[in-house]
Design a protein around this ligand. Structure first.
Ligand SMILES: [Zn+2]
Ligand SMILES: [Zn+2]
Length: 274
């Protein structure tokens, strides 16, 4: 039986998300163009008050309600410095699937360093051709903020190099301050689109998995079990996982999947390597 899921988006993510769900065979996506910007924007005109996970869930619920469907789907991206690798930008994508009737949410995430992200302050010394190359126009797009005497003008989604040249020249001619950055809305960012597509595959695989006990959809990883003995002194190292825990979104059933290791290298042992 064909089931319908509402995809809440304002920025054209259908092309990235639909193929993964279509490959499951029994899911059909219905596009719901609600104003997802009320949950916050990349460029900061609307502050983001929820965590990315909660924002994705709320958007998915709002889309399902709007469409009058039980199931909803939405994603949320955050682009900024990589948490572990300094000076590298990362795209953290979060995608939520909700079932309003059974009252559950399945959330998958993807962290990628494959993201076109550049920002700069522009002045009369700026090499505009170099700037255009660093922003990767016209494949990607730029947002421009122009400040003239405290008046702030914000222009989004500039793909064409000529438009950027014209805007910057005009603004600098009026002694404005000019800031440029890549536009991260899905429709403007092919590098982000690829990440959203990869995450959709991950979430669709999860939705296509059923609980062995109750047959509910969304069976998958819910965490890890920790604690493995040191191979030298046999002291248990609590910070190392030995199994992944798979769980159901509605019933209590869970299973452990071994990570294939039965001891820890003494280098990671507190007693052997304090
Ligand atoms: Zn040890
Ligand atoms: Zn179950």
């Amino acid at each position: 039986m064909q089931k319908k899921v509402a995809l809440a988006t304002k920025h054209g993510k259908l092309a990235q998300i639909a193929p993964a769900f279509a490959s499951l065979g029994d899911w059909q996506i219905e596009l719901v163009e609600i104003d997802t910007d009320v949950y916050g924007t990349f460029s900061g005109e609307v502050p983001r008050l929820l965590t990315p996970r909660d924002a994705a869930i709320e958007k998915a619920k709002a889309g399902a309600l709007h469409a009058g469907l039980d199931f909803g789907l939405a994603s949320e991206g955050t682009i900024g410095p990589h948490p572990q690798i300094p000076f590298i930008n990362a795209d953290l994508e979060v995608m939520a699937f909700v079932d309003l009737k059974s009252d559950f949410a399945v959330v998958e995430t993807l962290m990628s360093i494959e993201i076109q992200a550049y920002s700069s302050t522009v002045n009369s010394d700026t090499d505009i051709e170099d700037l255009i190359a660093k922003l990767d126009l016209p494949a990607h797009a730029a947002n421009v903020t122009i400040n003239i005497d405290g008046e702030r003008q914000f222009i989004k989604g500039i793909h064409h190099p000529e438009e950027l040249r014209r805007l910057v020249a005009g603004a600098l001619g009026q002694s404005a301050t000019v800031e440029v950055e890549n536009d991260f809305r899905a429709m403007s960012s092919p590098s982000r689109q690829a990440n959203i597509g990869a995450l959709a595959e991950k979430l669709a695989a999860r939705i296509g998995s059923h609980c062995p006990a109750c047959n509910q959809i969304g069976w998958g990883s819910v965490g890890f079990e920790y604690g493995l003995p040191c191979s030298d002194c046999f002291e248990v190292v609590a910070s190392v996982a030995h199994a992944e825990k798979l769980g159901c979104v509605t019933c209590d059933h869970s299973e452990l999947r071994s990570l294939g290791r039965d001891s820890v290298d003494p280098a990671r042992c507190e007693r052997c390597n304090p």
